[in-house]
Write a protein that binds this ligand. Structure first.
Ligand SMILES: [Fe+2]
Length: 272
C-alpha cells in the first residue's frame, strides 16, 4: 500500500518558537520521512503576524506551506507577500477584497522518490467567539467543487485543512463535515495541544488543536506575568512572547499517514 506521511506543526510563537522549529523540524522530517509539511506561522513575528524574512526561515526549516489565522493581518507590509508567494495562506473564508489566498494546490515528489503527489492545502477560520466572517463549511465546499482534476494528479489530490478556531465544538463539527472529503483536519489557534487525535468514521485524520511551537513555561506562548495581569485586572496589556524557562521550548503537531490511492488517513499521532 502506498502511503504518504504528512506533518502539521502548530502556531510558531515568536523567536523562541522559530528557533525551536529550526532546531527540531529538520531532524523530525528526516526521521519520519515526511512527504509534506504544513506549519502555522501566524504568530511568528513576536506573537503577532508574519514578515517576509520570517516566512522564508519557516520555509527553509522544511515547511512546504505556511498557514495563517486571525493574526496574519498584523503586519501591513506582509500583505503584498501574501499576493505573490503561494506557499503562504490566510484563512479562505475572509470576505472578498483582502490580500492573499486561502488554499493552494501543490505537486511534490514523495521523500523516497517516485511520481509527484498532488496536495491541496486549505486554511479556514472559525466564527464562534471570533470575527463573523464567511461560513467555513460552505467555503470548503466551494473550493473543493471548483477543483478540476488534472491527468498529472496521479491519484486523488490529498486534502489537508488547518482550521484556525476558538471553539472545540466548531472544530469537531468541521472535522465531521469534512470526514471522507479531506485526508486531515487539524485545528490551530488555541495553542494547547489536545489529546483527541483520531481517524473519523469515513477516514479523515483529526485533532482539535496541534498546540503551539514555543516556550513551554508560558501562557499559550506568552509571558505568564502579562497574561496573568490581563486576566486579573481585565486590562488588555500588550502581550509579549515568553522567554525560555526551565522547561525550554517544544515543537508541537502531528504526523499522519495517508493512503495515496484513496486519500483516507491510516494513522495520526501527536508530536511534542
Ligand atoms: Fe495562533
Amino acid at each position: 500500500m502506498e502511503k504518504a506521511r504528512v506533518m502539521m506543526v502548530g502556531d510558531v510563537m515568536g523567536d523562541p518558537g522559530l528557533e525551536a522549529l529550526e532546531q527540531m523540524l529538520p531532524p523530525l522530517i528526516r526521521e519520519n520521512a515526511a512527504d509534506f509539511v504544513v506549519v502555522n506561522g501566524e504568530n511568528v513575528a513576536a506573537g503577532f503576524g508574519m514578515t517576509e524574512a520570517l516566512l522564508q526561515r519557516i520555509l527553509a526549516a522544511g515547511a512546504d506551506v505556511v498557514t495563517g489565522g486571525n493574526h496574519i493581518w498584523e503586519k501591513r507590509e506582509f500583505w503584498p507577500v501574501m499576493d505573490t508567494e503561494n506557499r503562504v495562506l490566510r484563512p479562505a473564508n475572509y470576505p472578498g477584497g483582502c490580500s492573499g489566498r486561502g488554499h493552494v494546490k501543490i505537486k511534490k515528489a514523495p521523500a523516497d522518490g517516485g511520481p509527484a503527489l498532488s496536495w491541496i492545502i486549505i486554511n479556514l477560520q472559525g466564527r464562534e467567539l471570533m470575527t463573523p466572517i464567511d461560513c467555513p463549511f460552505k467555503t470548503f465546499d466551494s473550493i473543493i467543487n471548483n477543483q478540476k482534476p488534472e491527468p498529472s494528479d496521479g491519484g486523488p489530490p490529498l486534502v489537508l485543512v488547518d482550521f484556525h478556531a476558538e471553539s472545540s465544538r466548531e472544530k469537531e463539527a468541521l472535522g465531521y463535515y469534512l470526514d471522507g472529503r479531506a485526508s486531515l483536519v487539524a485545528g490551530t489557534h488555541t495553542h494547547v495541544q489536545t489529546a483527541d487525535e483520531r481517524i473519523l468514521p469515513r477516514g479523515t485524520a483529526y485533532i482539535t488543536d496541534l498546540g503551539m511551537t514555543g516556550v513551554t513555561d508560558s501562557i499559550i506562548g506568552m509571558d505568564p506575568k502579562i497574561c496573568l495581569d490581563r486576566a486579573r485586572n481585565q486590562v488588555l496589556y500588550r502581550m509579549e512572547c515568553a522567554k525560555p524557562g526551565p522547561l525550554g521550548s517544544a515543537i508541537r503537531g502531528i504526523l499522519a499517514e495517508i493512503e495515496t490511492k484513496t486519500g483516507k488517513a491510516l494513522s495520526i499521532k501527536r508530536i511534542t
